[in-house]
Design a binder for this molecule. Structure first.
Ligand code: GLA
Length: 725
């Protein structure tokens, strides 16, 4: 709900309030964000004072300083020395910005963000506010957009800058959101990592000065995810205050905090100003990516639930939201580049009877791609390698009762390719020879003809083979940033233009082929963000398929992203990334929390393992509804102990699934009780395989016994079913 009661804006979700007010000098003062409070006059709620070394401003009859006042969208050069939310320069070099309130509108429809992924919100449930601020001297307007998602306790924000003047201006910085919280004892939690170990939670106290996470890779990155939380020092999974922030964007970003001299913590999230700039001609508008913010008074878990709910209910094409996530078998770790019609057909024959939905031919099927040195950009089948194309394989796949899926890496080009010979200028490059990574270059997706060229190739292939599943990979990051096709003063627009081009390709393909289920991937989870999840319902969580490593990766990823967005496969042992050996059953249980599949040479499995696959597939179908729509609880962290446990509960709380995995076996071990969460307090639950019946309250307060195993990497799983009273 959004209420305007001059001079206050009250934005309310089910459990939170967000309040701002217009000060007498036109400044937009951020008053409060946190647990829900009544909508009252809060004129007394301020710490305004005049301060030395901070120019004075008189607001509402009081002398204060811009450096002290919490603001909605702070600017540069007029006395607030903290980090500005935006910076606009005029062609004649003016770079002082001062915004004052001009007008506002409460909108009946959430405004579209042209070319960008954003939440899809039914306005019967929520509403949107647009507050227009003006810089009178330079003639541009800044519109702050807020959409309130009441049920999910989330506010979506973005910023629009409109050049109302006669000359061009340059946007040097434009945060999607800026938030001033008047406290300085908050801790910062981010998800950091590297290839093969993505999104480990990293928590540290903030101190005076800035702390930031960012990407300048042209991708949201394996290293730092576009998500952050600010938490009270006492915050745990289930208690304490936590603010969560996330961007719906997949390229260069920055999330920055600054603790000021007067104990205010400023957080800003948006495009990375270091690699970004945008020229706006007179009359043009620039729109930032959308950012999400949420508040939880009950620890990290509730913050995660807010993000999970928003992602599942409001992100992405609504048709894709209802698509069944298929159980897949992927060729990569089974065969890598060693593909032939005969091998693929044999592989399919080996899969007979496993009841898997979709077979995905990964890298290596196109052009002359027998290793990673060639053919990216040549999205057709080479008749010498596959006489008659992949039709024989596709037919065999369908005869085996499976759908046919395929791997693409649409944004890339190999020097050794027909595409490169025809269009050597299609790759991103500067004056120097472009830098190769995995022997490949990146296509300049900021150019429409490049996007069109790749679209045509992909569309032809999808039609020819009646493809229903595409794994969309992105196996290197950008270098040589810039483009000969942009003038000098637009070079810094390149990375954002690249991303807009990629989004436009994703948009066209998903619109034209609504039957195709897309999976995002970037060397595993190198581009795991809400931007990609808008177009693709799931993302390959990591190239690290080792079950012990996946405990950490999936646990960490769940801080911002729901299990329904993650993909996990059972792979072979010794594991190809770590050399570790884990029991087949453990690999299955760890993968069960995500969208599920296999990635191994089925022909080399023992018959008991094949029997286990059939059981695991049946189990996954049983759990699928809970994975897609249930509530996810982190019970024990693999980052703090030897036991990792999580739980899923169905929406109606009648079913639950619990997974508890021990890492290393210990000598003379004891055991422990695992306290469950989210169950009904009435009636009883049957708990299998314990063969017991117990009340939800008992299971939550007393817990279920788990005896430590005498084997490394052992997982236990429990399924609960509610029995009426
Ligand atoms: C990336 C993906 C893998 C596989 C390879 C193919 O690394 O994450 O799953 O598709 O590319 O080259």
């Amino acid at each position: 709900m959004i209420i305007w009661k001059e001079p206050y804006f009250y934005l309310e979700t089910k459990h939170t309030s967000y309040i701002m007010r217009i000060l007498s000098n036109g400044m937009l003062h951020h008053v409060y964000y946190g647990a829900k409070i009544p909508k009252e006059d809060m004129g007394w709620y301020q710490l305004f004072q005049g301060k030395g070394f901070s120019p004075a401003v008189t607001v509402n009859g009081l002398v204060s300083s811009a450096d002290l006042i919490p603001q909605e969208y702070p600017s540069f050069g007029r006395g607030d020395y903290r980090c500005p939310a935006f910076a606009v320069e005029t062609a004649d070099g003016r770079r002082l910005n001062e915004l004052t309130y001009d007008h506002h509108e409460i909108l009946e429809e959430k405004p579209a963000l042209p070319g960008l992924p954003s939440l899809d919100v039914n306005m019967e449930e929520s509403n949107s506010l647009a507050v227009t601020l003006k810089d009178a001297a330079c003639g541009y307007e800044v519109v702050l957009h807020y959409t309130v998602l009441e049920e999910e306790d989330v506010i979506a924000r973005h910023t629009e800058i409109r050049n109302r003047g006669k000359d061009a201006v340059y946007v040097r910085r434009a945060a999607s959101l800026s938030l001033d919280i008047e406290r300085d004892n908050l801790e910062f939690l981010s998800l950091s990592g590297a290839w093969g170990r993505e999104r480990y939670p990293n928590r540290r106290p903030l101190s005076p000065g800035t702390t930031s996470i960012e990407s300048r890779r042209g991708s949201s990155s394996h290293q730092l995810n576009p998500f952050a939380a600010l938490a009270s020092p006492d915050a745990t999974e289930t208690a304490g205050e936590v603010y969560g922030f996330s961007l719906i964007y997949s390229a260069d970003f920055q999330i920055l905090t600054e603790v000021s001299q007067y104990g205010c913590t400023r957080l800003q999230a948006g495009l990375n100003p270091e690699t970004f700039s945008w020229k706006m001609e007179a009359g043009e508008t620039f729109v930032t990516p959308e950012a999400l913010m949420t508040y939880s008074g009950h620890g990290f878990q509730e913050m995660s639930h807010h993000f999970h709910d928003v992602c599942r209910r409001h992100l992405g094409r609504s048709a894709a939201r209802d698509m069944v996530h298929p159980i897949i078998i992927n060729s990569w770790e089974a065969m890598y580049f060693d593909l032939s019609e005969e091998k693929l057909k044999q592989f399919l024959a080996d899969c007979e009877g496993l009841d898997i939905d979709t077979f995905v031919v990964d890298d290596g099927w196109f052009g002359r791609r027998t290793d990673d040195q060639s053919s990216l950009g040549d999205w057709f089948v080479d008749e010498e390698r596959f006489p008659g194309g992949l039709h024989g394989v596709a037919e065999c796949c369908r005869n085996a009762g499976m759908k046919f899926g395929i791997w693409f890496e649409p944004e890339m080009i190999s020097r050794d390719s027909r595409l490169y010979k025809a269009h050597p200028d299609w790759c991103i490059r500067g004056q120097e020879e472009p830098v190769e990574c995995r022997h490949q270059l990146v296509l300049d997706m900021s150019r429409k003809e490049v996007v069109d060229g790749i679209y045509e190739q992909m569309a032809a292939f999808i039609r020819e083979y009646d493809i229903t599943y595409i794994k969309w990979d992105f196996n290197r990051n950008l270098t040589d940033n810039g483009s000969f096709f942009l003038p000098p003063d637009r070079q810094r627009e390149h990375t954002h233009r690249y991303m807009l081009g990629v989004y436009s390709l994703m948009h066209r393909l998903t619109e034209t082929f609504p039957q195709v289920f897309f999976e995002g991937c970037s060397g595993g989870g190198g581009r795991f963000d809400f931007g990609i999840l808008y177009y693709m319902p799931q993302i390959w969580t990591s190239d690290d398929s080792d079950a012990a490593e996946r405990l950490r990766i999936q646990y960490g990823t769940s801080y911002a992203y729901p299990p329904a967005s993650m993909v996990a496969h059972v792979s072979a042992c010794p594991n190809h990334q770590t050399g570790r050996i884990t029991p087949f059953a453990t690999r299955g249980e760890v993968a069960q929390m995500c969208n599920y599949g296999y990635e191994l040479a089925v022909g080399q499995l023992a018959s008991e393992e094949k029997t286990m696959i059939r059981e695991q597939v049946r189990k996954h179908r049983r759990l699928d509804e809970m994975i897609q729509r249930g509530i996810f609880y982190r019970l024990c962290s693999p980052f703090t102990g030897n036991l990792c446990a999580w739980q899923m509960v169905s929406e109606d709380q009648k079913r639950s699934y619990v997974m508890a995995a021990f890492l290393m076996a210990e000598p003379n071990p004891g055991g422990q009780y695992l306290r469950l969460q989210g169950l009904r307090k009435d009636g009883q639950y049957k708990v299998e395989p314990l063969g017991i019946t117990a009340g939800g309250e008992t299971l939550m307060r007393a817990g279920i016994p788990v005896i430590a195993p005498q084997r490394d990497y052992t997982a236990f799983a429990f399924e609960l079913e509610w029995l009426s009273e």
